[in-house]
Design a protein around this ligand. Structure first.
Ligand code: NAP
Length: 252
């Protein structure tokens, strides 16, 4: 139980990678709070599942694009459990299109959800974490921050921003016992990738040296490590979880 006694907050915990992170942190002994945006039923089921397993979990509705929602959610977790040790900024969206056709709405939606949210939640937790002289902040990036496909200018910009923010905040908080790292998944089987996997799943698998798509649990394992005591000397880094996709070899 690497995270016994820890309090965690995960954004976008209702499904996909976020729900796997919630399950993993809880299985390691943390009390886990998370937010959902639209998936209230899935969120409620996840809390019930964890409680049946004798874990402590809680969820609230919050829109991560909104700074007031972020501050209120952090306040609710601290009111309930007294502190936040671990913040996982996971919530994210894609709105793919070639830039020439990309609407301002789709640009802003992705930047607000994937990048501005990380500012809002980091801003809300840093003072309590600094007072506690302990914290683990883990931000969800993507291999798209470094390796580009057409149609993802908004998404690549948001994840590049997340990694820059991660490095900068790591330098600001290291002396207070707070680490700030990112995880960059490759192709993970979730609702976000369903359409592309349905269209080209076998082709994608052939391009991945591990010869399989990633599962949400593969990402959750990296998050749990970064949240643990074992990772206390790692900060400002990005761990890529992609089965070797971005190594650049000829997967033959
Ligand atoms: P997903 O299955 O589509 O789930 C997205 C999650 O984000 C949901 O829990 C959703 O909540 C939440 N969310 C979206 N907009 C929100 C908002 N405005 N306020 C609050 N929550 C919001 O996506 P995923 O594949 O698990 O992706 C999770 C993270 O990993 C994202 O940051 C994504 O960019 C990153 N990532 C994923 C992959 C991949 O291959 N899947 C690869 C690289 C990086 P509701 O359901 O309640 O609306």
């Amino acid at each position: 139980m690497r995270l016994a006694g820890r309090i965690a907050l995960v954004t976008g915990g209702s499904r996909g990678i976020g729900s796997a992170v919630v399950r993993k942190l809880a299985s390691e002994g943390a009390k886990v709070a998370f937010n959902y945006h639209s998936s209230s039923e899935a969120a409620g089921q996840l809390v019930s599942e964890l409680e049946l397993d004798q874990r402590e979990a809680a969820c609230w509705q919050a829109d991560v694009r909104n700074g007031e929602d972020a501050a209120a959610l952090v306040g609710k977790v601290i009111d309930k459990w007294g502190k936040i040790d671990i913040l996982v900024n996971n919530a994210g969206v894609i709105r793919d299109n070639l830039l020439a056709m990309m609407s301002p709405e789709d640009w802003n939606e992705v930047i607000q959800t994937n990048l501005n949210s990380v500012y809002h939640f980091c801003h809300a937790v840093t003072r309590p974490m600094m007072s506690a002289r302990f914290g683990r902040i883990i931000n969800m990036s993507s291999v798209a921050a470094h390796y580009s496909n057409p149609g993802q200018a908004n998404y690549a910009a948001s994840k590049g921003g997340v990694e820059g923010l991660t490095r900068c905040l790591a330098t600001e908080l290291a002396r207070r016992g707070i680490t700030v790292n990112a995880v960059a998944p490759g192709f993970i089987e979730t609702d976000m990738t369903e359409a592309v996997v349905n269209a080209a799943g076998d082709k994608i698998k052939k391009a991945i040296p591990c010869r399989r798509l990633g599962q949400p649990e593969d990402v959750a394992n990296a998050v749990a490590f970064l949240a643990s005591e074992e990772a206390s000397y790692i900060t400002g880094q990005t761990i890529t979880v992609d089965g070797g996709l971005t190594l650049g070899g000829m997967a033959g």
